[in-house]
Design a protein around this ligand. Structure first.
Ligand code: FAD
Length: 448
């Protein structure tokens, strides 16, 4: 092990993984978080029931080193380990428990045939930084699907029109395929690579997948994963600094030398791993950054209910794509672990988006419960035993074109001017999902 030290800023899953991985190479690893470790992967207790910050079902990254670090402490005694993810979507007034993707056949016959024809003759997407989301969807699916399906879904999710968004915004939501027909037709079409990328199987089937997914048993919430990893960090002698922000970064000759924490502590370091948005790093480096102040996030509200009886569907989660409904994603915890059913805990979380001017109001409890009823998730006999809500500060980012251009400039500036800073996680905002972010992090920190 080398004698060098390293500071990692941001203690979400990306920072935690980086610390555990780098501890094999560096004698001193310091992990700094302004709050508690875990970021969006913490759980919270409401009247004795655990709720997560949205759906977070960890799954193998399919990289042996990463998976060993993150999942080797998971045991069957305390965890559900499965590979058959049960997903659903609600679109144009109908629940489909086979897939997360919208089904074109829900439109009337004429719209279906015209849209399907356009999809078959679409040019395909030519990757180019200047492309907005409108060009992206119409080149992949044709004009009709772009307008009738994606414009409405994206407006619901982001509050923006397709033209205002960078095409990479498409990566933040699992909607980039569409169901067009029954199994035989789908299979034939999917043999053609350009259709494989846009057409979805009628049934989202992961039963034969070797990728394992994990969820805690016994009402522990996904925060159990973070508790396990915290123990691992402590055993590895990673130094954890929670509730501690950075006051300043001091550098000499394009090399970060010292990190000053808000409590005045000075940490000498050879490297800095940065897992937060680049604009925060520019601020800490005191670089004059007269670009847009910060990234815009979609205000995300989590509504939690505990019901008196089990749900009517078996899905792990349902993505509500219907723009007439406020709900976005509905996580049905007892379907993730039978142990909740045994304890008669029937709880769910509904993620929904608010405009910046909107605040949580009791009306949303009624609206969302009504939507669950209309979707067929609960019956008229279901009674709410408890309800609560929580707001996510930095939820889904809104990637507009101006921001993405500025982000590229910031990254280039940092990479060209600071030799010992590595940008991971949210410093590379287009990697939103855990798997993408962890894989990217692995590649970045291996450059050290
Ligand atoms: C509502 C929602 C649902 C999601 N669902 C899924 C899903 O189903 N599947 C999936 O793969 N991904 C999902 N994601 C994305 C997933 O949450 C992220 O990929 C993952 O949490 C990213 O981890 P991270 O470490 O980069 O960031 P975070 O989890 O955000 O952690 C960042 C950490 O940095 C700390 N921090 C912030 N500012 C500072 C500062 N100035 N100084 C020091 N520390 C600071 C924070 O306290 C936090 O602990 C979802 C995200 C949201 C918002």
């Amino acid at each position: 092990m080398g004698k060098e030290s390293i500071v990692i800023v941001g203690g979400g899953i990306v920072g935690i993984f980086s610390a555990l991985y780098l501890k094999k190479k560096y004698s001193k690893v310091v992990l700094v978080d302004k709050g508690i470790l875990g970021g969006l992967l913490n759980s919270y207790n409401e009247n004795g029931t655990m709720f997560d910050f949205g759906t977070h079902i960890p799954m193998d990254v399919m990289n042996l080193e990463i998976d060993k670090i993150l999942f080797d402490s998971i045991s069957e005694e305390n965890w559900e380990i499965f590979n058959d993810l049960k997903v659903a979507n609600y679109f144009l007034g109908k629940l489909d428990t086979n897939t997360v993707y919208p089904d074109l056949r829900k439109f009337d016959e004429q719209v279906f045939y015209n849209s399907f024809h356009q999809l078959l003759v679409a040019n395909g997407f030519d990757m180019n930084n200047d492309v907005n989301l409108k060009d992206y969807y119409s080149s992949k699916f044709g004009e009709l699907i772009s307008e009738n399906v994606y414009r409405k879904i994206i407006y619901k999710f982001t509050g923006k029109n397709l033209e205002e968004l960078h095409y990479k915004n498409s990566r933040l939501f699992d909607i980039n395929r569409i169901v067009v027909g029954e199994n035989t037709l789908t299979k034939k079409l999917k043999q053609i690579p350009e259709y494989d990328d846009v057409i979805a199987e009628v049934k989202y089937d992961t039963t034969n997948s070797i990728r394992k997914m994990y969820y805690p048993k016994n009402n522990k919430g996904i925060g159990l994963w973070i508790d396990n990893l915290r123990n691992k960090l402590l055993q590895s002698e990673v130094i954890i600094k929670e509730y501690n922000s950075l006051a300043a970064i001091e550098n000499i000759d394009s090399q970060v030398k010292k990190i000053v924490l808000e409590d005045g502590e000075v940490i000498h370091t050879n490297h800095l791993v940065w897992s937060l948005p680049t604009s925060l790093l520019m601020k800490a480096l005191r670089v004059n950054n007269n670009k847009e102040k910060r990234i815009e996030f979609r205000k995300t509200l989590l509504i939690n209910y505990q019901f008196d009886r089990d749900f009517l569907v078996e899905s792990h989660y349902i993505n509500c794509l219907d723009n007439k409904f406020k709900s976005f994603r509905i996580t049905l915890y007892p379907n993730l672990t039978q142990t909740l059913k045994e304890k008669e805990i029937f709880n769910c979380t509904i993620e929904l988006f608010l405009d910046n001017s909107e605040e949580m109001s009791d009306i949303y409890y009624e609206v969302v419960a009504e939507e669950l009823l209309k979707m067929g998730v609960i019956s008229v006999n279901h009674r709410v035993i408890n309800r609560s809500f929580s707001v996510i500060g930095n939820g889904f980012p809104i990637l507009n074109r101006k921001f993405m251009d500025e982000e590229t400039e910031r990254r280039e500036f940092i990479e060209n001017n600071y030799k010992n800073i590595v940008l991971v996680g949210k410093a590379n905002i287009e990697n939103f999902f855990m798997r993408d972010s962890l894989l990217d992090t692995y590649h970045q920190i291996n450059k050290l």
